[in-house]
Design a protein around this ligand. Structure first.
Ligand SMILES: [Zn+2]
Length: 68
């Protein structure tokens, strides 16, 4: 899966004390943002559910993904 639409925000927390496990996903249909776990995003085979327009799509079809 191409990952050029995935943005990683991991520029600090060297000790890894609370590894970020939250991702932001931008819906390809309505451009709304919602949360998803990084586990689901990185697996790539589980459909995401947009809170705004209720579209379901795979992570590879998201407009943008931010891993925080
Ligand atoms: Zn949507």
């Amino acid at each position: 899966m191409p990952e050029d639409h995935i943005i990683r925000l991991r520029n600090h927390s060297p000790s890894g004390e609370k590894r970020g496990n939250t991702s932001w996903v931008q819906c390809g249909s309505c451009d709304g943002w919602f949360h998803a776990t990084e586990d689901i995003v990185s697996r790539g085979t589980v459909k995401l559910h947009c809170n705004h327009c209720h579209t379901e799509f795979l992570p590879g079809q998201a407009r943008k993904i931010v891993l925080a």
